[in-house]
Design a binder for this molecule. Structure first.
Ligand code: TLP
Length: 355
């Protein structure tokens, strides 16, 4: 396998991870069939494994996290419904408005505390029965929460939201793109989170290092609907065992190592907190995402990120002065140390007015 961008320390996202040699070998040797007919044994095995791991009845392999969220929203609602979600969540910000454009659902954003919705705010937002109003049928949460910096929505908060959902006859769905990061960070079984939601998705192609794929997980009836919705969206795949094969390895072997990414994120965050002109809220650094602000240096994040790039470090600019870095497999302690040195150099240069 040839690796692109070998010379960069790529901290833009954990989506940039490449498959392991073992994954490539598994792809090569995967037993295949036509998954639209339900005949790909490798896909079937991955879906069974995923359902079991999450403590649910069934699972469905889809192409991406974005597709997983759309399939799930559509399978949990009907057109014209209203879905309550956290105001900074991925579904609302980064999925091209598909919740309204394609699902026909009215998103009802509520601000949470570090990504955690207050059950009272959720309860207040549920629409009463009234001829003028859409029907609220779904609550969406995100765990870990991307835009708050990989923060964890703890099991007790998920449970409290589930209680509200149950009392009002709504469903609770979790965008668990990085739910294993949350479980590893809290050292709990992932089912501590999943038992309190009706259904969820998680991604294979982030910290778990697979090249493609996400899984939607829930009860049999929901997954049957989701399978049909996936087909409507053109997401029915044929010999998808080549995607599922590395997924099986991910579930068997890649979860525990997420802890390393969390340690590296901590190291990075603590280093950043010592650099003058950079501000960071260490409370938000709970898993593998590090958000910081370069406003104190008097530059935009675009400029800051482009200066890092010139020196071999890749990061993502966020809004005017925010920067995001994400740790993942392939980023070792020495890369973090090197990145910190580069960030220090760039910050000093900016302060001396050399840019
Ligand atoms: N997030 C990506 C970008 O889209 C921002 C990233 O680099 O973090 N839910 C959550 C919480 C996500 O963070 C992402 C991806 C998705 C859904 C969508 O997954 P993909 O990229 O597979 O469509």
């Amino acid at each position: 396998m040839r690796r692109a961008r070998r010379d960069y320390i790529d901290l833009r996202s954990d989506t940039v991870t490449l498959p392991t040699e073992e994954m490539l070998e598994a792809i090569r040797n995967a037993e295949l069939g036509d998954d639209v007919y339900g005949e790909d044994p490798t896909v079937n095995r991955l879906e069974e494994m995923a359902a079991k791991k999450m403590g649910k009845e069934a699972a469905l392999l889809v192409t991406s996290g974005t597709q997983a969220n759309l399939v799930s929203v559509m399978s949990n609602t009907k057109r014209g419904d209203c879905a309550i979600l956290e105001a900074e969540c991925h579904i609302y910000h980064y999925e091209v408005g598909s919740i309204s454009a394609i699902a026909g659902v009215l998103p009802w954003p509520i601000k949470g505390e570090m990504g955690i919705l207050d059950p009272r705010d959720v309860e207040n937002a549920i629409k009463p029965k009234n001829i003028h109003l859409p029907e609220t049928t779904l609550i969406c949460i995100e765990n870990t929460h991307n835009r708050y910096g990989g923060t964890i929505v703890p099991p007790e908060s998920v449970k409290a939201l589930h209680k509200v959902a149950e009392e009002h006859g709504l469903r609770l769905y979790m965008d668990g793109a990085r739910i294993f990061n949350a479980a590893v960070a809290l050292k709990v079984d992932v089912r501590e989170f999943t038992r309190h939601v009706d259904n969820l998705m998680f991604c294979l192609s982030k910290g778990l290092s697979c090249p493609v794929g996400s899984l939607v997980v829930g009860d049999e009836e929901f997954i049957e609907r989701a399978r049909k919705v996936r087909k409507i969206l053109g997401g029915g795949m044929r010999q998808a065992g080549i995607i599922a094969a590395p997924g099986i390895i991910a579930l068997e072997k890649m979860i525990g190592r997420l802890e390393e990414d969390h340690k590296n994120a901590r190291l990075l965050a603590e280093g950043l907190s010592r650099i003058e002109g950079i501000s960071i809220d260490l409370k938000t650094v709970q898993t593998n995402i590090v958000l910081f602000d370069v406003g104190g240096l008097g530059v935009t994040s675009e400029r800051f990120v482009s200066m890092l790039r010139e020196r071999g470090v890749l990061a993502l600019p966020r809004e005017r002065t925010g920067v995001r870095m994400v740790t993942h497999r392939g980023i070792e302690r020495e890369h973090i140390e090197r990145a910190l040195t580069v960030i220090e150099e760039v910050s000093r240069e900016i302060k001396r007015g050399e840019t």
